[in-house]
Design a protein around this ligand. Structure first.
Ligand code: ADP
Length: 496
């Protein structure tokens, strides 16, 4: 019986999951790795450790599943996006630590590029903004700061890759330098209209094209595993960045379908079909491409603090002992009693993009209790989601019919009911909320002809549907008050 292996390389851990040919999870292995913070705002990973932890979890997941490597029909990869690795093309040795997506060291470079009027060019061609989040300015930083690197890069001796690319290189025995369209679209260097690296953008950042990987569709044949690793020639047939993989794992295959992942932050991604609409305040990105088919685009709104605000109630304030307790505490009151909590603890992401905003609690009275604050914290996840979705709908001119949800916070029924009320749209929680790994598996299955999209659509199973129940005037009154609270949180830090 054919099995599929999903490599889920995340920001804090590497995981491997073995799925059977119906998409059911058989075994999982996970290994955390070290986070390096060499300076304030800098975040690095050791690329070698990422590789070793990934390989170790591959081996132990296969062992736990009690299958042979030769029973694995295909491998799918999903990964933390934007994180940047440079390595020696000949030896496969990393040339510096991986610079992680969260790293802010290129903020000044981005300010400079914006001041020179480049933002519009990057936005038009890549769907992104000039922000340190994306890979492009991280590569530019490395070329400038690592001794001798630029000359070697110009000679074609250096490979750049996001984490998918790095893993593929190692998995293929240091031979294949590849990535997929969804990961390429997060680099600030990939033209999402022409589906190619963009010479003008490479020129602005002074990055030699020779460093860039070949870009493939997300489902199709990438390469084969080096036989020495697991003792079998297993093909890699699916690759996508984590949020795009989650959209695929949620079977959001039609234009206008969207998912939201409520984890530390929240990531709303909407399928906008085969034409890239450009968005004010939200990003346009490639969702995926299946071999032989047109690319599919998505709009994305990234919210930096969602479940992390619940962690703050737990660790910062000590109001609750576990994240799960927040639901009962919030249920102790009927509403937030006029309290609004804007959790701009690290600034605001989409659609406001204000790095100078800070967390703000408004509407406190003598009657305010910890229960009101707990409720306001949960409601903030839903309010921020509505901000993101409204911006997408304005830009893409699409009507959201339902929102599929996943991530650690979707156990919380109160949150999901409020979300449905606030969007006036049904919210659907699937049975399997491990949608990222599932998405990688589905892509790999399609690439290896084990699955087709129709069968994946029918695999998707509902756990619970939350129907909107709040009356319109109440909903709009609350949302209006939220928007006033957001205005008060903006621009709090005065730039020096
Ligand atoms: P990530 O993948 O970003 O690390 P997860 O998807 O594992 O995050 O989700 C963890 C987040 O979900 C934490 O921030 C936690 O505070 C939040 N969370 C967990 N359980 C609940 C709950 N019952 N209600 C609200 N938030 C929760």
């Amino acid at each position: 019986m054919p099995h599929l292996l999903a490599l889920d390389q995340g920001t804090t851990s590497s995981r491997t999951i073995v799925f059977d040919e119906r998409g059911a999870q058989i075994a999982v292995a996970q290994q955390e790795f070290e986070q390096h913070y060499p300076k304030p705002g800098w975040v690095e990973h050791n690329a070698e450790e990422i590789w070793e932890s990934q390989l170790a979890t591959m081996r132990s997941a296969i062992r736990r599943a009690k299958v042979q490597a030769s029973d694995i029909a295909a491998i799918g990869i999903t990964n933390q996006r934007e994180t940047t690795v440079l390595w020696d093309r000949r030896t496969g040795e990393p040339l510096y630590r991986a610079i992680v997506w969260q790293d802010r060291r290129t903020a000044e470079l981005c300010d400079r590029l914006r001041a020179d009027g480049h933002n519009e060019t990057f936005h038009r061609k890549t769907g992104l903004l000039l922000d340190p989040y994306f890979s492009g300015t991280k590569i530019a930083w490395l070329l400038e700061h690592v001794d001798g690197l630029r000359r070697r890069a110009e000679n074609g001796e250096v490979c750049f890759g996001t984490i998918d690319s790095w893993l593929i290189y190692r998995l293929s025995g240091n031979t294949d330098h590849l990535t997929d369209v969804s990961n390429a679209s997060r680099t600030l260097l990939y033209n999402i209209h022409e589906l190619d690296w963009d010479d003008e953008l490479l020129g602005i950042l002074d990055i030699p094209r020779a460093m860039m990987p070949e870009v493939k569709p997300s489902a199709g044949r990438f390469t084969e595993l080096d036989r020495g690793l697991l003792g079998a020639d297993i093909p890699i047939t699916g690759v996508a960045g984590d949020q795009q993989a989650a959209l695929f794992g949620q079977a959001c295959f039609d234009t206008g379908m969207a998912k939201n992942t409520y984890g530390t932050g929240a990531f709303i991604v909407m399928n906008i079909g085969e034409k890239p609409a450009s968005g004010e305040g939200v990003l346009t990105t490639l969702a995926w491409q299946l071999e032989g088919q047109p690319a599919v685009y998505a709009m994305e709104a990234s919210i930096f603090i969602a479940g992390a605000a619940v962690q703050w109630l737990r660790d910062g304030l000590g109001l609750i002992k576990t994240a799960a307790e927040v639901e009962d505490l919030a249920k102790a009151v009927d509403d937030s009693g006029g309290v609004y909590f804007v959790p701009a603890l690290t600034g605001l992401g989409a659609p406001h993009w204000d790095p100078y905003a800070r967390g703000t609690i408004v509407g406190l009275t003598r009657g305010t209790t910890r229960a009101h604050l707990a409720r306001a914290t949960l409601e903030a996840m839903a309010f921020q989601t509505r901000d993101g979705i409204e911006a997408m709908q304005r830009n893409a001119n699409l009507d959201l019919k339902e929102l599929r949800v996943d991530g650690g916070a979707v156990k919380n029924n109160l949150l999901l009911q409020f979300q449905a009320d606030l969007l006036e749209t049904p919210v659907l929680r699937p049975k399997v909320v491990e949608t990222t790994a599932l998405g990688a598996t589905y892509l790999a299955g399609i690439g290896a002809d084990v699955f087709d999209q129709a069968s994946i659509r029918s695999h998707w199973q509902l756990d619970q549907r939350f129907k909107p129940a709040m009356d319109r005037s109440e909903r709009e009154r609350r949302y209006h008050e939220w928007r006033r609270a957001v205005e008060r949180s903006k621009g709090w830090i005065e730039s020096s």
